[in-house]
Ligand binder design. Structure first.
Ligand code: M6R
Length: 602
């Protein structure tokens, strides 16, 4: 995820403070590199950019003094190309009179870069934002006007993105939306665009919504929207936005947690694009293949993702991966591991002290360190031999949701690719995520009604759904403050069954291959008066035996992926159940008491 901003004003003026302000508001979207450009009528584009956070780069390159009547700003969350000055955006075209910046992923970037070089263009970076600029240059230099050149460029640029571009000697900027966020703000003296509403709201409340497949040409006080598909003009007037900054930051959702749950399909799509094109996946797998023993090391939610990953590895590669809670690594394996072994260290923040302590031990013993991490530039990313980024953008809510889902998806992808199974079917996952969210919400209210007043309950799963049950229990504890224990369903009869009495809630998450076993567990609870909620695919055996069900819609996926995908998706109703129970109890799910998003203490 990155952030873009562009502005055209009536008079030449000091645009620096406006650019810095927009950059600060977009800083949650990317803080690897920052760049700004102002475009003159004649002469050279003033381009200032570097690796670093907005405040650092703005100060180092004195953004404050930048002036003009047209400017572009970009903040980057690195995916294609290291976070360096050369890979920072905006980018220039070959002769330096076009400048542009993007947000999103151009998935055929490598092929395009090779084509541009072969056509004699000057390619300076590895970053896919530069491909957007050269794709426009390609058609502009053939004599097409800017809008037409952008329309033609979209045929070459595969992936989801939005970008803004302008040229010397023009009085306009141009921006396109194709799968990534883009809104415009319009006043009599100025038009601006940004990746999200909060980047614009302090400048104006006159907001113009833009939709996928639209190009906006904008100049001081005016704009035109063009359809990419047929080149026709689209009439649309700005609206006055009533949203507060706080609501806008939450994208209209009442809580960051709900926003982040709904972002899961988008970030899953971004992750799959990235993994398909990342040069790091093969080295990551190579290290695993060559290892004597593989450990999966993490805490909390990230540990649950790792536990599920180890089941995927066993299923799709026939190799064992030993899951271990990071603080237990020293005691259990500290003296036994060595240079032949490899650890996959998983952390959203990349700064969890318990995880960093385990890495220190791994390093002392000469072990290989692989990272699965969301925050780019974090310690885990820096100390890993190879890392795969989770590309979830900023996760603000303390309960991890979208980062968990992408951790699981990344591990599933690695397991499939390592086991030489097809990964293409995973491209259905983003739309399935949206379907599961929708279906879960439809069914949720009566289940919340039954569960919300209980301060003690269980969440059970088996095989692939055992880690999901643990994750569901953690989410429930974290934001409802109830005690919810996650265990293997078959262990319930070995002790915890004694807790059950009339109405006592027990949640079973059922994989499609384990229904008979889960049904016997369900009956052990329900015949003692317990209230069973079953989560799984539509199945008369679950519906006939459980008190209530949260049905996952049928998965249009190959047979060998059904159970693995069900495990990934079944976390969603559990996330939503926790969220709604937290609200029903009057708590703020985003900031649960006593907890912190990043635990940098022992
Ligand atoms: O940043 P990390 O993934 O290393 O954090 C690990 C745990 O602290 C974290 O997953 C925690 O359990 C979540 N807040 C749970 O939602």
């Amino acid at each position: 995820m990155c952030g873009i901003f562009g502005i055209v004003t009536k008079e030449t003026q000091n645009l620096g403070p406006i650019l810095i302000g927009a950059g600060e508001r977009l800083s949650y979207r990317g803080y690897d590199t920052v760049g700004a450009a102002t475009l003159p009528q004649e002469g050279k584009i003033d381009l200032r950019k570097d690796a670093g956070k907005v405040q650092q780069v703005a100060e180092k390159y004195n953004f404050k003094e930048m002036s003009g009547d047209r400017a572009i700003l970009q903040l980057r969350w690195a995916t294609f190309g290291a976070p360096s000055q050369i890979n920072s955006q905006p980018h220039l075209d070959s002769d330096g009179d076009l400048v542009g910046a993007h947000n999103g992923n151009v998935v055929n970037n490598l092929e395009l870069m090779a084509e541009f070089k072969a056509e004699g263009m000057v390619v300076r970076s590895e970053n896919d934002g530069e491909s957007c600029v050269h794709a426009v240059e390609r058609y502009y230099d053939q004599g097409h006007d800017m809008v037409e050149a952008i329309r033609m460029a979209t045929k070459d640029l595969e992936g989801d993105y939005s970008f803004v571009i302008g040229k010397v000697g023009d009085d306009r900027l141009y921006a396109i939306k194709k799968g990534s966020g883009l809104v415009a703000g319009v006043t009599e003296d100025m038009v601006c665009i940004g990746s999200d509403l909060p980047s614009i709201l302090p400048i104006t409340r006159r907001i113009l919504r833009l939709y996928d497949g639209e190009i906006i040409t904008f100049w001081a006080g005016g704009y035109e929207i063009t359809s990419v598909e047929d080149g026709s003009t689209i009439e649309r007037l700005p609206e006055i936005s009533e949203e507060t900054m706080e609501i806008a930051q939450k994208g209209g959702y009442p809580h960051f947690m709900l926003k982040e749950i709904h972002e899961q399909s988008h970030v899953a799509g971004e992750l799959l694009h990235l993994l398909d094109n990342s040069p790091d996946v093969d080295p990551f797998i190579e290290k695993l293949k060559n290892a004597r023993d593989i450990y999966v090391i993490a805490c909390g939610t990230s540990y649950h993702a790792g536990l599920l990953g180890s089941v995927y590895f066993n299923k799709f590669t026939g190799r064992a991966a030993i899951p271990v809670l990071a603080p237990q690594f020293a005691a259990q394996y500290g003296n036994s591991v060595g240079a032949e072994d490899v650890g996959i260290f998983i952390s959203q923040s990349g700064e969890t002290k318990d995880v960093l302590n385990a890495i220190e031990i791994a390093r002392e013993r000469g072990m290989g360190v692989l990272g699965l991490v969301n925050v780019v530039g974090s310690t885990l990313m820096l100390v890993s031999d190879v890392h795969l980024p989770l590309v979830c953008g900023f996760e603000i809510s303390v309960p991890a949701t979208k980062t968990y889902l992408n951790q699981v998806l990344a591990l599933l992808y690695v397991a499939l690719r390592w086991g030489e199974h097809d990964t293409k079917a995973l491209n259905k996952i983003p739309e399935l995520i949206d379907l599961v969210i929708e279906k879960s919400e439809e069914q949720m209210a009566p289940v919340v009604e039954k569960v919300k007043d209980w301060d003690d309950l269980y969440s059970l799963g088996y095989g692939l759904t055992y880690p999901v049950a643990l994750e569901g229990a953690l989410k429930f504890k974290e934001i409802t403050y109830a005690h919810c224990e996650g265990i293997l369903s078959t262990e319930f009869k070995h002790g915890p069954l004694s807790a059950v009495y009339e109405g006592y809630p027990v949640i079973f998450t059922a994989g499609p291959d384990d229904i008979p076993l889960i049904v016997s567990g369900i009956n052990e609870v329900s015949c003692r008066g317990g209230h069973v909620i079953a989560i799984g695919l539509e199945d008369s055996r679950l519906e006939g035996n459980a008190s209530q069900t949260l049905v996952i819609p049928n998965l249009d996926l190959p047979e060998n992926l059904q159970a693995a995908a069900l495990a990934l998706l079944s976390a969603i109703p559990l996330q939503l159940l926790s969220y709604h129970c937290s609200l029903a109890k009057g708590f703020d799910p985003d900031f649960p008491r006593n907890l912190s998003k990043t635990l940098t203490v022992d």
